[in-house]
Ligand binder design. Sequence first.
Ligand SMILES: *Cc1c(COP(=O)(O)O)cnc(C)c1O
Length: 449
Amino acid sequence: MTVLSHALTGGPALPQERRLVTSLPGPKTQELQARKSAAVAPGIAVMMPAYVAAAGGGVVVDVDGNSLIDLGTGIAVTTIGNADPAVAAAVADQAAKFTHTCFMISGYESYVEVAERLNRLTPGDHAKRSALFTSGAEAVENAVKIARIATKKQAVVVFDHAYHGRTNLTMAMTAKSMPYKSGFGPFAGEIYRAPMSYPYRDGLSGPEAAKIALTQIEKQIGADNLAAIVIEPIQGEGGFVVPAPGFLPELVAWSKANGVVFIADEVQTGFARTGAMFACEHEGIVPDLITTAKGIAGGLPLSAVTGRAEIMDAAHPGGLGGTYAGNPIACVAALATMDAYEQGGLIERAQQIEAIALERLTAAQSRDPRIGDVRGRGAMLAIELVDPTTGEPDAPLAAATAKAAHQQGVIVLTCGTYGNIIRLLPPLSIPDHLLAEGLDIMLAALATN
Ligand SMILES: *Cc1c(COP(=O)(O)O)cnc(C)c1O
């Protein structure tokens, strides 16, 4: 067993090993599952057969003492590692000073400093402003509000397979009906969906796919009515779809030429996750507005809209905000987390994880034609599982593989419009041997299903 020293990223000194001392779920988890069923609304589903006692480095330890390999980071949130010591210390210190004032009532420095850092870290060296919120969906909603007031236009374009959240506006923007939207309408208006570049399924180049999308936008909506294009530069819940090179730059150029605000939703891809500070950088694009959340604060709830000063300045005083938006504990956690990103080494670590994982995933693909596609960037990688003869999505195989991995103590998530994607979102603090073991267990589970 190795105890990770965390020179790179911190984390509690939990033994960095997979260790199963009960079958999963263990007896204490089973008790909690029964209490959960009685007390918690069933709409809130829990995926893993393990309730958590501690987490750090590359492991999650459950209440029965099982140590699981974390290839999920609570959906791309604990990128720098769970319970990072610098984050934990900043949170404890702030909690003892003041826990809340409401920034709209009385301000505090940490909020301002988070905004300054976001303005510096995000793509582009133009004048920027930031506004802080609590959840990713709230950031997306506010980006739409800002784009609408700045352009005095209303229509918003989103894409096939998009995921932007679970609030009413962001449900409308999200593509997939089950489980996110079905039965929960009516949805917000003036949201239009365009075809996404999906190289594995459409076989188109980026510019070809962009031409189709932009023609549809021009003919069905018209630039005169369009406030914003909102897109995940690499799609998250929709299937880790990486658009073909050139797709995003064409959309940006068209937006600029037509007075349309280009909004990059980097809630999942942001902060070193993809082997760049932001996924936009892989294509050299500079969005007008960028939304961030998940990896921003080491697990504390915080989100942001950052963008061009002249667009951000369009919203009148009092028009943006929220009681908890930019909570002081979340802000100091974000500063500690951004210290880790700015100290360097984490982007390189994401690239190393990509190299280690891709080697295993592509080798498995050459043996198993059910792995139709291997894709993603950095520590955001996925395999798309298909029927090898028809190419049809194989969701039951993805579900069975994930379930078998869970039983053996590996946290992996599925995703995709068709539910046939297994996605990998390891923490950058995971030691190599755990990453390799987790991948091998997932791939062995696939091989035997
Ligand atoms: C998770 C996610 C959201 C929503 O964030 P919440 O914090 O769950 O509201 C929005 N956009 C993208 C790309 C996401 O991955």
